[in-house]
Design a protein around this ligand. Structure first.
Ligand code: BGC
Length: 725
């Protein structure tokens, strides 16, 4: 085997000492492959791997979830854990948290770190990041995505991808596209107009492949225009491969392929996880019966299909292999090292969003004598659960532990106050049981009693990774917090108006008690260092600087999705749910600003322990030709070190089409010492003022006047400036 590998590798790397281009290497290998070998590399051979070409010494390709850490190994042909002892990883914060940092450097740090973990585990393709747009707070997988704004998601995914791939591990950006809900994810057909598709739902994927250079991309389960997105020719061939010139691999979502014709012609390259007839778990050689396995081979042999499509798929898969499994510069990687825990802790702390802080209640005074921690989420493991992003971790610091670590001299008392979901785990790992025998009334009474004489009372609740909460395969059914938490918070707030509420979730939740509590923190699923990241913010070791990557409406009804046709869709006789994205481009803050409905907390919002003065923007020119620069002074006017995210939005003063009041087109996070002054600058180009013009099927930068809005959130604009094109 070693000798064969040497032959193939020397054949694909050098000719008379000269390094061959990737394409030339691909052609070289392809020319040596048999038809059967070609078929073998375009479909799975196990739950997470596809075959190599053993005769040519080309190794298998190993994929793994993604996106918050490297998923533990499962058995060859079953979802059950393999029971290995070397796959307990570092869990990084969920991607909603990364988005909330509004910090591209942290995307790099995240990508490099999780990529190193994947490399160490000998994974070639990491199944992430997810960049589907947050369309409704009920969306079960929003926690794996990067918020409601296409510009934010685009900017934040690029460095994640580059970071992962710097290790010779491919990202697989998912789920392409229009996979904005989990409810009926296999059978919902999205109808969306082209302008909305291009302006809202495609930009992050485009940035991921054209700027991030993601070597693979995953099709989505749902349908668009009547065809499943794992073989939707318009999306995969016309847009991805032709318009965006993509040379990477389209991988199906697991089981997302439903026929050979679609798979062959529709733009798919590599088929995974398909449960073809009678072939579910453990069937012998089920993989030979995948749509792109024997059925495809037979059709080629019978002459029904030629081999052009096959060769194109193989070229792409071989290129992916040359970039990953055959790539020899990726280094050994690193796993559960102090640097990764430090990265996870930092990203977590910098993504936490302080939503309310009455009278400077937080940070907790260093000499606090008694701190009462309440709520199930203070003790509940959150790295396990939620579907395919579930992890097996080497450690997970709970909120309670994190607070205890940060305040070793204080008396820290715990009471759970409510009981929700008490048992969890996955197969043979991560099992826990936090069942409490007390009644709901007793739990509240005991919590109230514990509060007596406390310097601080912190309630840590929210959602969790259970079915119908923040989890794959299902959406939430209620915008309210589950398990009666609203009532519990009201009861606590009645005796403690300085209650600190920590909401752990990947989604907006109703906060009817917001006016009656002292502080609110939007916490996320923060991974291995969850409790320490939160305690860093609570103690003031880290000044909060996160900003909301999505709007938190007062009520669900305030949002753009008003009818069943819009969400969750209406079931047709053919069993397909038809869903109209008739709100068009008015998603998230674009909707609230158009309608004037005030959300509870706006997109881009987040408080700090210090204060900032954002000065007047200076434009390099009043006229945009190709580019203009906007410089904005910022000063830390408070007395602790902190960071502000200066946000730049643009609105068209006049347009031939209906346009949002304003749209995010720039953000810069800047850390400043007390009294320190600095400035941030933004480059505006024609793309920043363009809308997608369906008449010319292209972006259109209209001549006219534009307003720049500078602020610390979408609803806190401190100054404006104008320019024209
Ligand atoms: C999910 C993907 C995941 C894949 C493999 C699918 O059900 O939708 O996001 O990568 O499974 O676990």
């Amino acid at each position: 085997m070693a000798a064969m590998a040497a032959v193939a590798l020397s054949a694909c790397c050098c000719v008379r000492g000269e390094k061959k281009s990737l394409d030339a290497q691909v052609e070289d290998i392809l020319s040596q492959m048999t038809l059967e070998e070609k078929i073998a590399i375009i479909h799975a051979q196990s739950k997470f791997s596809s075959a190599g070409v053993p005769r040519l010494g080309i190794p298998e390709l190993w994929t793994d979830d993604g996106p918050h850490g490297v998923r533990p190994d499962v058995l060859w042909d079953q979802w059950n854990s393999a029971g290995n002892t070397n796959d307990s990883c570092t869990a990084f914060p969920a991607l909603t948290c990364l988005a909330a940092t509004f910090d591209r450097e942290l995307s790099s740090l995240y990508g490099v770190s999780v990529g190193e973990e994947a490399r160490y585990r000998k994974k070639n393709v990491l199944l992430g990041p997810g960049v589907n747009i947050y369309r409704t707070p009920l969306g079960g997988r929003n926690f794996e995505y990067m918020g409601e704004d296409p510009y934010l998601a685009s900017r934040m995914c690029v460095n994640y991808i580059k970071g992962v791939q710097s290790n010779g591990v491919a990202t697989c950006v998912k789920h392409f596209c229009l996979n904005n809900q989990e409810f009926n994810r296999h059978t919902v057909n999205v109808k969306v107009d082209d302008r909305t598709l291009y302006e809202i739902y495609l930009p992050a994927f485009k940035a991921a492949v054209t700027e991030g250079g993601s070597w693979s991309i995953m099709g989505a389960y749902n349908l668009y225009d009547g065809t499943h997105l794992c073989h939707n020719s318009r999306i995969l061939n016309d847009i991805l491969k032709k318009e965006w010139n993509y040379d990477g691999v389209v991988i199906s979502d697991w089981g997302g392929v439903s026929d050979t014709e679609g798979a062959v012609k529709g733009g798919l390259d590599l088929e995974f996880g398909t449960w073809t007839d009678g072939l579910t778990m453990g069937a012998t050689n089920s993989y030979d019966r995948y749509w792109m396995a024997n059925p495809y081979l037979e059709k080629i042999r019978s002459g029904e299909y030629g081999t052009d499509e096959l060769d194109d798929k193989c070229r792409r898969v071989l290129k992916l292999m040359l970039r990953t499994s055959l790539y020899d510069n990726g280094g050994p990687g690193r796993f559960t090292c102090p640097e990764h825990y430090a990265a996870a802790r930092r990203i977590g702390a910098e993504g936490i969003v302080l939503l309310k802080n009455e009278g400077g209640l937080l940070p907790i005074a260093a000499d606090a004598a008694k701190i009462v921690v309440l709520g199930e989420n203070a003790i509940k493991p959150m790295t396990v659960g939620g579907g395919s992003s579930s992890l097996k971790v080497q450690k997970e610091v709970s909120i309670l532990e994190g607070i205890r670590n940060a305040f070793p001299n204080a008396e820290v008392i715990y009471e759970r106050a409510y009981q929700g979901s008490t048992k969890g785990g996955y197969d043979n790992y991560g099992a826990y049981d936090i069942t409490d025998e007390r009644s709901a009334e007793t739990l509240v009474a005991d919590a109230l009693k514990a509060c007596e004489g406390a310097d601080y009372v912190i309630f840590a609740g929210g959602l969790n990774k259970d079915w119908m909460q923040d989890a794959e395969g299902t959406d939430r059914v209620d915008y309210n917090l589950p398990y009666g938490q609203n009532e519990v918070i009201e009861a606590l707030a009645a005796v403690r108006s300085d209650l600190v509420v920590v909401n752990v979730s990947g989604n907006a939740v109703a906060m009817p008690w917001a006016d009656r509590v002292g502080a609110i923190i939007q916490d996320w699923y923060l991974g291995s260092e969850a409790g320490n990241s939160l305690a860093d913010v609570l103690s003031g070791a880290v000044c909060p600087s996160g900003k909301l990557p999505f709007t938190i409406p007062v009520a669900l009804e305030d949002g753009p999705l008003k009818t069943p046709e819009q969400y969750p869709g209406v079931k047709g006789e053919d069993g397909i749910w038809q869903e109209e994205y008739s709100e068009g481009i008015y998603v998230g803050y674009r909707w609230y600003e158009k309608t004037g409905v005030k959300p509870r907390f706006a997109f881009g919002y987040g408080l700090s322990y210090t204060s900032f003065a954002i000065g007047e923007p200076k434009l390099s020119s009043k006229v945009l030709r190709d580019k203009l620069t906007v410089t904005v002074p910022v000063e830390n006017t408070g007395d602790v070190r902190g960071a502000e995210v200066v946000q730049l939005y643009i609105g068209a003063d006049n347009s031939v089409v209906d346009r949002p009041v304003k749209e995010l087109k720039g953000f810069e996070k800047v850390w400043l010492n007390p009294g320190e002054k600095s400035s941030v600058s933004f480059t505006i180009d024609r793309q920043a003022v363009s809308f997608f013009d369906t008449e010319i099927h292209d972006w259109n930068a209209e001549a006219g006047d534009y307003t720049i809005y500078i602020g610390s959130s979408s609803d806190d604009i401190s100054s404006t400036a104008r320019f024209s094109l």
